[in-house]
Design a protein around this ligand. Structure first.
Ligand code: SF4
Length: 222
């Protein structure tokens, strides 16, 4: 059953609702619901995949090695971790860190949708395939989607690799994330704005938001 949190005006209230959520079977194995953290009025919002073991234990997203790398790469472009809002596609840890299932993503997406609406950032950064495919409603993988800022629901969306991929993939992946975060810096500094002519490293692409998808809203929900 589709649920909407459109009537919730306070992100702390939404977090309280999520804390006791049993909308999918990931609730069975969790220690904590990892709802989100950071500035609730942030200009930049980061959306990852799902909590790992340390996140599940602490109830905070991106506290493990991936989180440390993310914080360090954000700092390189002048963004402190506390200045951004960080959330995941699913709020409860999948067992043995497996990929979240479509039904679990579907059950959890109303929380993310309302988080984005309430934080209302200028730029959303999606980390990896799951958040990129969900928010851009695409089946194309992150390797082809990254490197570009998409105009998305009145803001920008910049997809990049998940920092866990950089921990596995080394300097090349890390440098690609660096490049994407420089794009984010350009947007928040006002060096890229809607209607600019695309340049090699400062590219904006409009996502097709046809009449049907406009009526349906973010991620195809009504
Ligand atoms: S993953 Fe999301 S939908 Fe599933 S139980 Fe946790 S908060 Fe609820």
């Amino acid at each position: 059953m589709t649920v909407s949190f459109g009537h919730i005006e306070d992100i702390a209230e939404l977090s309280l609702i999520a804390r006791t959520c049993t909308r999918c079977s990931l609730s069975d194995g969790r220690t904590n619901v990892v709802f989100g953290s950071g500035a609730v009025d942030a200009d930049v919002m980061v959306v990852g995949e799902g909590p790992g073991q340390q996140e599940d234990e602490q109830g905070v997203p991106f506290v493990g090695r991936s989180g440390q790398l993310l914080a360090s790469l954000l700092a390189e472009v002048g963004l402190e971790r506390d200045d951004v809002y960080i959330a995941n596609v699913v709020k409860c840890r999948p067992p043995r860190n497996r990929d979240p299932l479509p039904a679990e993503i579907d059950a959890c997406k109303p929380y993310l949708r309302r988080q984005i609406e309430l934080v209302d950032p200028s730029v959303v950064i999606t980390l990896g395939n799951f958040s990129t495919k969900l928010l851009l409603r695409t089946t194309t993988g992150i390797t082809r989607m990254r490197g570009v800022a998409y105009e998305w629901w009145g803001r920008y969306l910049v997809p990049t690799f998940h920092p866990a991929a950089a921990l596995r993939g080394g300097e090349r992946v890390t440098n690609d994330i660096r490049s994407d975060l420089r794009l984010v810096r350009s947007i928040i500094d006002g060096r890229i704005s809607s209607g600019d002519e695309p340049q090699t490293n400062d590219v904006t692409v409009s996502v097709d938001q046809d009449e049907e998808s406009s009526q349906m809203g973010l991620f195809g929900e009504s």
